[in-house]
Design a protein around this ligand. Structure first.
Ligand SMILES: Cc1ncc(COP(=O)(O)O)c(C=O)c1O
Length: 497
């Protein structure tokens, strides 16, 4: 957006801005900031000159100057030429916004001491799109304020948007089949609480998403790991994808687990996409065993090579799908959902109220806009991720030629086979070489995957190069000091996503 705002238009928008409760410059800055945040003053427009605004408002120029400097300090006004700064929103590290240090140290990017974080496979927000959605949500909020604000299912506009998204993908869905959650991890906990009792068996892929493994364990369930086939050797026909071992699934399902948790859409950590033929077979086997299939679709939008696949729910009305905006838009939204048959959704809603009483309303209204325009930020996001994936694979081949890598179909990470069982040792020495790692065993049970490491490609390419060089130096350090490989110390307690 460009252009400028004339003083009388701004005066009209400001309305009764001067309540006299605080110094005038602060009140003026506060109201302009609100106007920018709720979208009534668009981003990128030049505000009136100090002189003209002072004259129109009948206040001193010093007051306007002080208000504009405060807005600049807070990151809402660019420090362009002269006094005609343009409206903007604070970027990480905006000087004087008081949050710069915290933002630049956000987990998943560079932690405060300059360490590159490879334990998180997550991206920064698709900024402008998210900001616009919140501005629209603020304008819709007044209509909901007379209500109680508690809604265990989620606000209707968001459930409606999610239902339409599934229907458009070929899975007819009503809003009554959707429950909004604070992310997919919250969704899984609600499902576990409803469907899996203590000591019940829960089948998982092996490797699988660490926080899901932890949630299943914390629910007191018994994990039944089903091995994923090894990656095809490098040089093999790329069409020969390893996929899932359906015979192993069918055999494990004979134990009649209460639940099976799978990530068929760009599986975390391998990045594989389950072919439709396997989806059909898995759904059939779970139904025959009386096992509820819980399908985590958190990464479904990160389809890096535009591969065709049918949403799992198209193969059976009985399965439970989990979704999230964390990877398509931003994990900071903390918005996800459960899609299931209406009767199950009612049970999930009842179980949910033992955890919380509903999600925050403004976030849900904003999320409805994001789901309605789900495709908008994706092309740019996917293009960056494709470059990062290809760049990372090349860096790994160049600097760590004895690591075996599998080219992921999508998602956010490469699952690497190391030349020796050194994953935990690598994670322990990682901070010394400037990186943070999630060791392979976090992705499995019983100490498996000591010879594997997940390397996300979510950092910018130049940081990925630094990270791969750091991995190389960590490996060299272990080779030079073999006693380090036998480390019994656990890697530093690490949050993982
Ligand atoms: C497979 C999978 N499920 C769930 C999550 C967590 O999602 P959310 O942020 O929506 O809780 C992640 C995050 O990395 C994930 O990879």
């Amino acid at each position: 957006m460009s252009g400028s705002l004339n003083p009388s238009s701004l005066a009209r928008l400001l309305g009764e801005w001067n309540a006299g409760a605080a110094p005038a410059y602060r009140e003026l800055a506060d109201v302009v900031r609100l106007l920018v945040l709720d979208g009534r003053v668009p981003l990128g427009v030049a505000l009136p000159s100090e002189r003209s605004l002072a004259a129109t408002l009948g206040i001193s120029r010093t007051t306007v100057t002080a208000a504009y400097s405060l807005l600049r300090e807070q990151g809402f006004l660019s420090s362009g030429q002269g006094s005609r700064g343009r409206t903007c929103i604070p970027q990480s590290g905006t000087p004087g916004d008081g949050q710069g240090a915290a933002l630049s140290g956000a987990p998943g990017l560079v932690v405060p001491d300059g360490i590159l974080d490879l334990a998180y496979a997550s991206l920064p927000a698709s900024g402008e799109v998210v900001h616009r959605a919140f501005a629209a949500a603020l304008t819709e909020l007044p209509a909901l304020l007379p209500g109680f604000g508690y809604d265990a299912l989620g606000v209707l506009p968001l459930r409606d948007a999610i239902a339409r998204h599934y229907s458009a993908a070929g899975v007819p869905t009503t809003p009554q089949q959707i429950l909004v959650t604070s992310g997919a991890q919250h969704a899984l906990n609600i499902v576990l609480r409803t469907l899996a009792g203590r000591a019940d068996k829960v089948l998982v892929e092996h490797p699988s998403y660490p926080n899901a493994i932890d949630a299943i364990r914390a629910a007191g369930c018994r994990l039944v790991p089903v091995p994923m086939p090894a990656a095809a050797p490098s040089g093999a026909d790329p069409a020969a994808r390893p996929g899932w071992d359906l015979a192993a699934f069918e055999s494990a399902l004979k134990q009649r687990p209460a639940m099976a948790y799978v990530v068929p859409d760009f599986h975390n950590p391998t990045g594989r996409l389950m072919p439709d033929s396997q989806r059909r077979r898995l759904v059939r086997a779970a139904a025959a065993a009386g096992t509820v299939l819980v399908v985590d679709e958190t990464l479904r939008e990160l389809n890096l090579d535009g591969m065709d696949s049918t949403p799992m729910a198209a193969f059976s009305p009985a399965l439970v799908s989990l979704g999230s905006l964390s990877k398509s838009h931003w994990a900071g939204l903390r918005t996800g959902w459960i899609r299931a048959e209406e009767s199950l959704i009612q049970r999930f809603a009842a179980a949910r109220t033992t955890l919380d009483l509903g999600g925050p309303v403004v976030e849900q209204l904003a999320a409805a806009h994001l789901v309605n325009a789900l495709a908008e930020p994706l092309p740019a996001r996917l293009a960056t991720l494709r470059d990062n994936r290809d760049g990372l694979l090349e860096l790994l081949r160049g600097h760590l030629p004895d690591w075996e890598t599998e080219r992921p179909d999508g998602g956010l990470s490469v699952w690497c086979r190391l030349p020796a069982p050194i994953s935990t040792a690598l994670a322990v020495v990682a901070p010394d070489v400037g990186i943070r790692l999630a060791a392979g065993p976090r992705f499995g049970t019983g100490g498996a995957f000591e010879q594997y490491l997940r390397v996300p490609f979510t950092l910018p390419l130049e940081q990925l190069e630094t990270a791969v060089l750091a991995l190389r130096s960590a490996q060299d350090r272990l080779s030079a000091s073999p006693q380090l490989r036998r480390t019994r110390s656990a890697p530093p307690a690490a949050a993982i996503a």
